[in-house]
Design a protein around this ligand. Structure first.
Ligand SMILES: Cc1ncc(COP(=O)(O)O)c(C=O)c1O
Length: 391
């Protein structure tokens, strides 16, 4: 993000964002594919030897997916809808890792028909269900056990997933039961991996390190019983800085994360898999919205725009702070809340925020919204979904 002659320009190719609102109809997510490419290359280099499966939930835009596929990514999916989107965007079934706590019988059947690379299993009941379905179909399902090491990371509680009281994964004490189930369905289940995902927005790695050590031991003991075990999926979750972009800090964190991961796992001599989402795409997206009203009360100034929690729910859901910038700088600052049109008090982007003075018809950019933006958008209040364009 950079102002040139007071106009906001975006991405390595310095696109003038004002040129994208010339025929404005409704809010637009803009994604910069060159930014995504450079992030992917940076991560692939730091984690050389690891196959990266992009977490489709972060941004399922077909052009974004095609871009990542062309760079060699696989796809980490959590529903049949995401499997279909990945296939339509050029991924092969063998590029797909299928996670998620609530896979239905129909979804499992379709995944087995298609022959996805691996199903990451989240409960004993699910393992049993996959065994039964695969048996009936005369197939062998390739499964990885998502193990929950009961380790906490510093993040918002809504995006922590690796604790005993989270619904995700299976406690290590379940391993004997899981092993018995794998043996019972030996004809229809092949254990290929163990997997882990501790949560999102991880910026400090002591919990992650502890979890890898625990899971490595589980891998080694499972390998004795199940020689087919050959993959270690260490999940996604590497964090980004939202309040003010700091790519240098993110590069240092990536190096630390990669060092810890390789330091602990490389002597397993197995295939390593990762499922990054946010880190690859968050900074590559921006949401453009138009000011409808500037409303002053005795307590506050509200800048009311035509986008809100219906298009980007992160501020309301996780108290996330996205920087908001006007497309054209006025040079005079004011303190205001930037809020949306939705009939909820939690419908805001920022509160008590220092923003250039704006007026009806002006445009604002909500920055770093390329991850968990459009993918979490809804039509609440029967507002239309935003548009998406790639540059
Ligand atoms: C199983 C799994 N893998 C990967 C991810 C991607 O996480 P992030 O976008 O933080 O990298 C998620 C996110 O929720 C997830 O649940």
């Amino acid at each position: 993000m950079e102002y040139i002659n007071n106009e906001l320009h975006f991405g390595p190719e310095k696109k003038n964002l004002s040129s994208l609102v010339a025929n404005y109809v409704r809010p637009i997510y803009v994604y910069d594919l060159s930014f995504i490419k450079s992030r992917f290359k940076q991560m692939a280099e730091a984690l050389a030897g690891v196959r990266l499966y992009f977490a489709v939930k972060a941004n399922p835009n077909p052009q974004v997916l095609q871009c990542l596929k062309s760079l060699g990514a696989g796809a980490d999916v959590v529903s049949l809808g995401e499997i279909k989107r990945a296939l339509e965007s050029g991924f092969a079934p063998e590029d797909i890792v299928y996670s998620g706590v609530g896979k239905t019988k129909h979804e499992i059947t379709e995944a087995l028909k298609l022959g996805v690379l691996q199903i990451n299993v989240e409960s004993l009941q699910e393992l049993q269900r996959i065994g039964e379905i695969a048996e009936k179909m005369g197939k062998k399902a390739h499964v990885a056990l998502r193990l929950n090491p009961d380790v906490s990371i510093q993040t918002h509680p809504y995006i922590a997933t690796g604790l005993r009281d989270n619904k995700f994964g299976m406690e290590l004490s379940m391993i004997p039961d899981l092993s018995a189930c794998l043996k019972k369905y030996a004809q229809s289940l092949e254990l290929v991996g163990v997997s882990l995902h501790l949560g999102s927005q991880m910026m400090e790695f002591s919990g992650y390190q502890e979890a890898l050590v625990k899971l490595k031991e589980s891998y080694q003991s499972l390998k004795k019983d199940f020689p087919t075990l050959r993959r270690f999926d260490f999940g996604g979750g590497l964090g980004v800085v939202y309040e003010k972009q700091d790519l240098a800090l993110e590069s240092r964190l990536l190096a630390e994360y990669a060092g810890i991961t390789k330091g602990i796992l490389s002597d397993l001599n197995c295939e390593l898999q990762s499922e990054p989402g946010r880190w690859l795409v968050a900074h590559a997206g921006v949401l453009l919205t138009q000011v409808q009203y500037v409303k002053k009360t005795s307590a506050k100034t509200f800048v009311i725009v035509d986008s809100g929690m219906n298009h980007l729910i992160r501020p309301s859901l996780y108290e996330a702070e996205h920087q908001i910038l006007p497309l054209v700088k006025s040079g005079k600052m004011t303190t205001c809340d930037v809020v949306g049109p939705i009939c909820e008090s939690s419908d805001f982007f920022v509160k008590d925020y220092s923003l250039d003075q704006v007026q009806e018809g002006d445009f604002l950019a909500v920055t770093d919204s390329g991850a968990y933006g459009y993918s979490m958008a809804s039509t609440y209040n029967l507002q239309e979904l935003p548009l998406e364009i790639c540059i």
